[in-house]
Design a protein. Structure first.
Length: 124
């Protein structure tokens, strides 16, 4: 397998991870507040577990794992794993777009540090 194909596998892994985070948040928002009684909690979680969108997140996680395993055949773990932190960048930006979550100055600095760390780490 070429390195470019393995890099593509990493990109798909990140995309599937981001998809799962965003869809889970969307479905949890639609489901409402977490109930206070145990019986209602079990029912709440049960409804989420059989929700087709939530099931698609589990499927995405499984596919992400397969793509990641494939990428690891070509990249060292110390190279591949740090790139998973790009999911934080995408989730932050897309949670602002889709859910109106604030991108604060501190979050911006944090994301900048993640990107800087990747840029530095990729050079080694």
């Amino acid at each position: 397998m070429s390195k470019s194909l393995a890099a593509g596998f990493m990109a798909v892994t990140i995309a599937l991870t981001v998809y799962g985070q965003l869809v889970i948040k969307w479905q949890v928002l639609d489901a409402g507040n977490f109930p206070s009684s145990w019986g209602e909690r079990i029912s709440f979680l049960g409804r989420l577990l059989i929700n087709p969108w939530v099931i698609s997140c589990f499927a995405a996680a499984g596919l992400a794992a397969l793509f990641y395993i494939s990428a690891l055949t070509r990249f060292d773990l110390s190279v591949a794993y740090p790139f998973m932190s790009l999911s934080f960048v995408f989730v932050l930006v897309l949670s602002s777009v889709f859910f109106g979550e604030a991108i604060t100055p501190l979050k911006t600095i944090g994301i900048g540090l993640i990107v800087a760390g990747l840029a530095i780490g990729a050079q080694s």
